[in-house]
Design a protein around this ligand. Structure first.
Ligand code: NAD
Ligand code: RBV
Length: 490
C-alpha cells in the first residue's frame, strides 16, 4: 500500500493565547466578516436587543464548531452579550484561516498586539492536533473549564464525558480504538490525565449545559440520555425548524455544488449523481444536482423518505445498482458505511465520491486505504485520486469529510444566521437556568423558532399577513403565535 501522505506543515504557533495559521490574514478576514454581518440579521438583532444588558456576563463558553466567517459573527455576538469565549473547530478541514486570524486579532488589536478571542484552529489539522486544539479551547484561566459548550457533532461533549470516565477507570484509555480518530482522542486524554488527574472532575462541577448544532451530534446526545450517562442539560438546536429545515436543506442546496465545483470543476449537467440518504440534507443535495441538469438517483433505508424521493420524481435504487454508472456519489446519511470499500472498488473509473454528512465513516475510507496495492495520488489539498491495482480510479474529496466545508466555504451567511440565532438563544436559556435544570435533551420552544424566522423576513422583503381578532379566534390562535402545534412537521 502506498499512501503518499501530504507533508504536514504545522502552522505558526503564536505566543498569545491562541493558535492560528497566519495572523497576517486578519485584515482580509475582518472585511469578509463585515460582509457576513450584513447577511446575518438574526445575530445582529440579538446584539442590538441584548448588547446593553450583557445577559451572558460571567459565562465561560467553549465552542467546538467550524471556524468560518459565519462562526466568527456568532463568536463576536456571544462576546457582545458578555460571555468569555474560547473556540476550536469541529472538523480538521473546515477552518477558514482568515476568519480565525481576524477572531484572534480582534477588532481593536494588531498583529503585534492581538486583542481578540482565544481561537485554536487552522485548515488541515492532523488528528492529534485536532484533539489538542479542542483541549486548549476547553481550558479557561485558573484551571477552570467552560460553563457552557456550543458543540457541533458532539466531540467537545464526548471529550469531557470520556475524560471524566477515565479519571475513575484509567484502563479504558488503553482499550483498542475503533478508528484513527478515536486513537488520537485516547492518546490526548492519556496525556491530560498524566498532567492533571482531576481536570475533568473540576470541569464538570461548573459545566451547566451544551447546545448542539447538528443531526449527528443530537443522535449522540439522545444515546447518552437513554443510557443515563448525559451529565448536563442539552438543547438540540438542530431540530429547531429554523435550523434543520433551512440550514440542512437550503444550506446544502447551495454549498454541496460549491464544494464539488471548486474541487473538480466537473460539468454536472448530464451526469448521473447518486445521493445516499433523502433526509433534510439529501433533499437539498438532490434538488441542486437536478437543478443543474444531473440525473439524480436516491438511496434510502426509510420507506417514508424513499417514497418521498419517488414522488419528487427521483429514481430510488440501491447504491450497488449504480456503481458502474454513477459519475458523482454523495453520502448524506449520518450512518456508517453508506458506501463500503468494496463498492468504491467497483465504481466506474473516474467517479467523484464525497460526503456531506458529519463524520468520515459514511464512506469506508479506512477500508479503502487497506485495499492491497491501492495508491493515493494527491491532486491538490482535499482532492485525491485513489488508483486501484487494475488502473481504475476514483476521485475522493476532503478525504471523505464534509465536502462543503472541506472544499468550499460551507453554507452561506444568511442561512447560518438562522442556525446561529438559535444557538445564541439556546446559550441564553442554558445560562439563565444554570444549576437549576436537570440533564436531558430538549428543543427551544416554537415561539422562539418563529422569532428566529421573523428576524430574517425584512432582509428578503417579506410582507407577513397578520391575523385579525376574528380570524385568530376562529383558528384558536394568539395573533402573535405560536402558529403551529409542536407536532407540526413543516
Ligand atoms: P436525516 O436523519 O434527516 O437524514 C438522513 C437520511 O439518511 C435518513 O432519511 C435516513 O433514513 C437515511 N439513511 C440512513 N442510513 C442510510 C443508508 N445506509 N443508506 C441510505 N440512506 C440512509 O439527517 P440530516 O439532517 O439530513 O443530516 C444528515 C447528515 O448530515 C448528518 O450527519 C448531519 O449531522 C449532517 N449535516 C451536515 C451539514 C453540512 O453542512 N455538511 C449540514 C447539516 C447536517
Ligand atoms: N455549517 N456551518 C457552516 N458556514 O459555518 N456551514 C455548515 C458555516 C454547519 C451546519 O450547521 C451543519 O449542521 C454542521 O455544519 C455540520 O457539522
Amino acid at each position: 500500500m502506498s499512501l503518499d501522505p501530504l507533508p504536514h506543515q504545522s502552522p505558526a504557533t503564536t505566543d498569545g493565547d491562541f493558535r492560528v495559521k497566519d495572523l497576517s490574514l486578519a485584515d482580509w478576514g475582518r472585511s469578509e466578516i463585515e460582509l457576513a454581518e450584513r447577511e446575518m440579521p438574526g445575530l445582529m438583532a440579538l446584539r442590538e436587543i441584548h448588547g446593553g444588558a450583557k445577559p451572558l456576563a460571567g459565562a465561560r463558553i467553549t465552542g467546538s464548531l467550524h471556524m468560518t466567517l459565519q462562526t466568527a459573527v456568532l463568536i463576536e455576538t456571544l462576546v457582545e452579550l458578555g460571555a468569555q469565549v474560547r473556540w476550536s473547530s469541529c472538523n480538521i478541514f473546515s477552518t477558514q484561516d482568515h476568519a480565525a486570524a481576524a477572531i484572534a486579532m480582534g477588532k481593536t488589536g494588531s498583529p503585534g498586539q492581538p486583542r481578540g478571542v482565544p481561537v485554536f484552529a487552522w485548515k488541515a489539522e492532523t488528528l492529534d492536533e485536532y484533539w489538542e486544539l479542542l483541549d486548549l479551547s476547553l481550558r479557561f484561566s485558573g484551571g477552570r473549564g467552560p460553563n457552557l459548550i456550543v458543540d457541533d457533532g458532539g466531540d467537545a461533549t464526548l471529550m469531557i464525558h470520556l475524560g471524566l470516565k477515565a479519571e475513575a477507570d484509567p484502563a479504558m484509555l488503553d482499550q483498542t480504538a475503533e478508528s484513527e480518530d478515536e486513537t488520537a482522542l485516547l492518546r490526548r486524554l492519556k496525556m491530560i490525565r498524566a498532567e492533571d488527574p482531576k481536570r475533568w472532575f473540576r470541569t464538570v462541577t461548573q459545566w451547566y449545559g451544551v447546545s448542539e448544532e447538528t443531526t449527528t451530534g443530537v443522535h449522540r446526545l439522545h444515546k447518552m440520555a437513554k443510557e443515563g450517562s448525559l451529565l448536563v442539560p442539552a438543547i438540540n438546536v438542530n431540530d429547531s425548524v429554523t435550523k434543520s429545515k433551512f440550514d440542512n436543506l437550503y444550506g446544502c442546496r447551495e454549498s454541496l455544488l460549491d464544494g464539488i465545483k471548486r474541487a473538480t470543476g466537473v460539468m454536472v449537467a448530464g451526469k448521473i449523481a447518486v445521493v445516499c440518504g433523502f433526509g433534510d440534507v439529501g433533499k437539498g443535495c438532490a434538488q441542486s444536482l437536478r437543478g443543474m441538469g444531473a440525473r439524480v438517483i436516491v438511496t434510502e433505508i426509510d420507506p417514508i423518505c424513499a417514497l418521498q424521493a419517488a414522488m419528487e420524481g427521483y429514481q430510488v435504487a440501491k447504491v450497488e445498482d449504480f456503481l458502474d454508472q454513477g459519475d458523482i456519489f454523495i453520502t448524506a446519511t449520518g450512518c456508517v458505511d453508506a458506501i463500503s470499500a468494496r463498492q468504491l472498488s467497483l465504481m466506474k473509473s473516474g467517479a467523484i465520491v464525497c460526503n456531506i454528512g458529519h463524520f468520515d465513516h459514511e464512506i469506508d475510507i479506512a477500508g479503502l486505504k487497506r485495499i492491497p496495492g491501492i495508491r493515493r495520488v494527491n491532486v491538490k489539498p482535499q482532492v485525491d485520486r485513489w488508483v486501484f491495482p487494475d488502473g481504475r480510479e476514483i476521485i475522493l474529496l476532503a478525504e471523505g469529510r464534509l465536502v462543503n466545508l472541506g472544499c468550499a466555504q460551507g453554507h452561506p451567511s444568511f442561512v447560518m444566521s438562522a442556525s446561529f440565532t438559535n444557538q445564541v438563544l439556546a446559550q441564553l436559556a442554558l445560562w439563565a437556568e444554570r444549576t437549576k435544570a436537570s440533564p436531558g435533551v430538549r428543543v427551544l420552544p416554537r415561539r422562539l423558532d418563529e422569532e428566529v424566522a421573523r428576524l430574517h423576513l425584512d432582509k428578503l422583503g417579506v410582507r407577513l399577513t397578520t391575523l385579525d381578532a376574528r380570524q385568530a379566534d376562529y383558528l384558536g390562535l394568539d395573533a402573535d403565535g405560536p402558529f403551529k402545534s409542536d407536532s407540526y412537521r413543516y
